[in-house]
Design a protein around this ligand. Structure first.
Ligand code: ADP
Ligand code: MG
Length: 473
């Protein structure tokens, strides 16, 4: 079929899709596509977004297919390809439009196009939801360590409050929990703009709750509502609640009650809740049973540290974003030296690229070695390594750790060894309990005890620091 004919069909299909796809999604993904041909019952489209192929296939294929059927009168195959040249042209055109826009008199700039209006709405919703623009599914690299958590998060994003509710994601620091949680928020705002999404750090929730019950704060400036009503409004009048780092609640009994009521209310109204934590619900001491049961009612999943391939993939993804071409050895070197925390892995990458930028130099292996100055490849630290170094430090033995000896010297050293095992190895309390030949609850007790004492005992803080440096040195 001649291309003009194909273009004509596409513009009719677009008009159809304009009715069925949310405005901002339509203008971003659909309106920017071009018809490339219609042969042998296959309609070819070109997208100008590198991620377009995946996003369109996953989210809009069914709607597109339906629209084609309506216009042409039969089912067609749709192929979508990304075209670099067209993408460049599109970027240039956007830039030209922006220049024209900048030259317009102020009165004209205010003029609203459906696209600008949609973008503005989206920005407003994102700021209401409190989300970081970087934390989207598109930027999340899925590895074996996060495959299940990612699949569940994606499913919740597509069908909020339908299947997995609450979704509870746990794992060590810097492994992508916040990223994944916020990705759910972005996805919902983008594809389901009527739903109200709210992301909140548990610390912020606690502060809001304390303010809401503070009699000195009866009126809060702008609003005429009581602080209590304001609090409720903020956390109950929403469709999706994303609550980050719930372990922060720990022993805050009153706030736990408030959380329970918030969750209860939302779940009764069939609203979606997503929670993250650095450990399992049952490992948060003092968490009341009824709250724990609520968490466990939905689905609980973990994220573990990424393996080597995933670390390299994460680095490559970062490199792609800034169009950096570097030798594999560069990625390999960084991936080998930052093994257990994606935040640190990313930090190392950013440091390298920032220095390269300042020094206006290529990112070579030699340069990376100089900047990061990692003497040798870090070894993975096991529970046994931690126990051995801690035992030596305090002048006791691993056998004593594993025995039922309870002298002060052994107990104290054991508490520290347990604490550091958890902090450094990212192993579960079950694994740690197995090594120390103790009950899981005993491990938790040790961990919490040291964590609390570190805040006040200078001497202990110094020992922990020294053991850490022995381990990492
Ligand atoms: P957590 O909440 O588990 O402490 P974050 O979600 O804050 O961790 O992640 C730390 C950093 O690492 C963020 O900048 C995040 O974008 C990045 N990150 C983590 N996991 C991934 C991943 N799988 N793909 C891409 N970036 C990731
Ligand atoms: Mg986080």
């Amino acid at each position: 079929m001649d291309i003009l004919e194909a273009k004509k069909i596409w513009s009719e299909v677009k008009a159809e899709l304009r009715e069925t796809i949310p405005t901002h999604a339509y203008y971003t993904w659909i309106d920017t596509m071009e018809a490339a041909g219609f042969e042998y019952n296959t309609f070819s489209l070109i997208t100008v977004h590198a991620l377009g192929v995946q996003i369109l296939r996953q989210n809009y294929y069914a709607k597109m297919s339906e629209a084609f059927k309506k216009i042409i009168g039969k089912e067609v195959e749709i192929t979508i390809t990304y075209d670099d040249d067209l993408a460049k042209e599109y970027e240039q055109q956007k830039r030209r439009e922006k220049k024209r826009e900048d030259k317009k008199p102020v009165s004209m700039i205010q003029e609203e196009t459906p696209e600008s209006k949609a973008m503005e709405n989206l920005a407003q919703m994102q700021s209401f939801a409190n989300l970081n623009l970087k934390y989207k599914f598109e930027n999340f690299v899925v590895g074996e360590n996060s495959r299940f958590a990612h699949a569940l998060a994606y499913s919740v994003a597509q069908n909020p409050a339908k299947k997995y509710n609450p979704l509870f994601i746990y794992g060590g620091s810097g492994l992508g929990k916040t990223h994944l949680m916020q990705a759910i928020g972005h996805y919902i705002i983008f594809n389901n703009p009527k739903l109200k999404v709210r992301y909140v750090k548990t610390e912020e929730y606690v502060t809001d709750f304390i303010n809401s019950i503070n009699p000195m704060k009866k009126t809060s400036g702008k609003s005429k509502k009581s602080p209590d009503a304001e609090f409720r409004d903020k956390y109950r009048n929403i469709d999706v609640l994303l609550m980050d780092d719930i372990q922060f609640l720990e022993s805050k009994t009153q706030t736990m009650n408030a959380v329970f009521h918030t969750f209860d209310d939302l779940l009764n109204k069939n609203k979606q809740i997503v929670i993250t934590s650095d450990r399992l619900p049952k490992d948060i001491p003092t968490l009341p049973d009824r709250l724990r049961t609520r968490f466990e009612m939905g689905i609980v999943t973990d994220i573990t540290p990424p393996d080597f391939e995933t670390r390299v993939a994460i680095l490559k993804n970062l490199a792609d974003q800034i169009s950096l071409n570097a030798d594999f050895s560069v990625f390999e070197y960084i991936a080998n030296n930052f093994v257990s925390n994606v935040r640190e892995l990313e930090g190392a990458f950013n440091k390298v690229t920032a220095y390269a930028d300042i020094e206006q130099t290529e990112v070579t292996l030699e340069f990376v070695k100089k900047v990061l100055n990692c003497e040798s490849v870090k070894k993975e630290i096991s529970i046994e390594n931690v126990a051995k170094v801690t035992a030596d430090y305090f002048g006791v033995s691993i056998a004593e750790f594993q025995s039922s000896a309870r002298s002060q010297k052994i107990s104290n050293a054991r508490h520290v060894a347990v604490f550091l095992s958890r902090e450094i190895t990212e192993k579960s309390f079950e694994n740690i309990a197995e090594f120390f030949n103790k009950k899981h609850t005993t491990m938790l007790y040790s961990y919490e005890k040291i964590k609390d004492e570190l805040k006040v005992k200078k001497e202990l803080e110094k020992s922990v620091r020294e053991i850490k440096s022995l381990l990492k040195g």
